[in-house]
Design a protein around this ligand. Structure first.
Ligand code: SIN
Ligand code: FE
Length: 287
């Protein structure tokens, strides 16, 4: 489940042996785990380790790297600017590491998030409850086959972040595909036109959303499908294709996360990508 890598710093150059291990583990659906890589907070930034920095509405505080705009924080003025600066520093260190470790030439840096609310106590509808096993797929963000890669740091001084990691994507897809309702193209077109989605959802996006929802709604699957508990201690980081690796966050308090998007043809093994697996299993072209 976890591929531990002994990095101690954010900037390369990294050994070729490490880079090769990272690439093949990541693309085959393992979680790259960096037990000795901590994201450091300054003394004054430790005040952000407090659930009250969230506005209490969204799960996460997010930073758009293209506009520098931060959303869903209760902070204002100088404090808000300092939190945004901390998130920006994390995002750029994570981006530097991804570039130094992996051979991809075109990785888009998407949003940065700060997750200051204890996972365990949250109350959400099943569909938005990330304590249930799922692959990532977002209703308003069509990926059209592009990959979702996420880099996480546990910045809690005391709590482990606890995940469950599920079975291989292909096993999961094989079990669920026959049960999904056929994709309804009219809705994707309408949502695209209305601006509900950023661009039009492809059949791939519809299928990934259906898989995400079907997994979360199936309590038999949640309880009995093959899965392992993993925990990420304070001061560690991890990197994972969350569109492929079934995951559930069961506990933990303070984490930072940087999302990346990339095309399937950047991959060393594109045939392992969800789009290719789903096209193979369904016998359809999905974008
Ligand atoms: C998720 O991506 O489902 C949540 C992960 C986390 O916050 O640890
Ligand atoms: Fe997720």
């Amino acid at each position: 489940m976890l591929e531990p890598l002994p990095l101690t710093g954010w900037t390369g150059p990294f050994d070729d042996e490490i880079k090769a291990r990272a690439l093949s583990a990541l693309e085959s659906g393992q979680v790259l785990f960096f037990p000795n890589l901590a994201f450091g907070l300054s003394q004054s930034e430790t005040r952000f380790l407090d659930a009250r920095v969230s506005d209490g509405k969204a799960k996460n505080i997010s930073l758009d790297p293209t506009t520098g705009k931060m959303q869903s924080s209760s902070l204002t003025g100088e404090s808000a600017a300092q939190l945004a600066a901390m998130m920006e520093r994390f995002g750029s260190q994570a981006t530097g590491l991804v570039h130094a470790l992996l051979p991809y030439t075109n990785v888009e840096r998407a949003r940065t998030s700060f997750r200051p609310v204890e996972v365990k106590g949250r109350r959400y509808s099943k569909i938005s409850d990330d304590r249930l096993l799922h692959v990532d797929a977002f209703p308003s963000r069509p990926m059209r086959g592009r990959r979702i890669l996420r880099f996480f740091a546990n910045v809690s001084p005391a709590s482990e972040r606890r995940w469950q990691v599920g079975e291989p994507f292909e096993d999961f897809a094989r079990a669920f595909l026959p049960r999904l309702r056929p994709h309804f193209g009219g809705k994707s077109w309408l949502y695209g036109k209305l601006g509900v989605t950023h661009g039009r959802r492809s059949p791939y996006d519809e299928l990934m959303l259906s898989l995400h929802d079907a997994a979360k709604l199936d309590s038999e699957f949640q309880q009995n499908s093959p899965q392992s508990a993993v925990s990420f201690p304070p001061g560690s980081c991890w990197l994972v294709f969350t569109d492929m690796v079934l995951h559930a966050a069961l506990g933990g308090e303070f984490a930072l996360e940087q999302t990346f998007h990339l095309d399937v043809d950047e991959l060393a093994e594109p045939d392992l990508a969800p789009i290719r697996v789903l096209e193979r299993l369904s016998g359809r072209t999905l974008i």
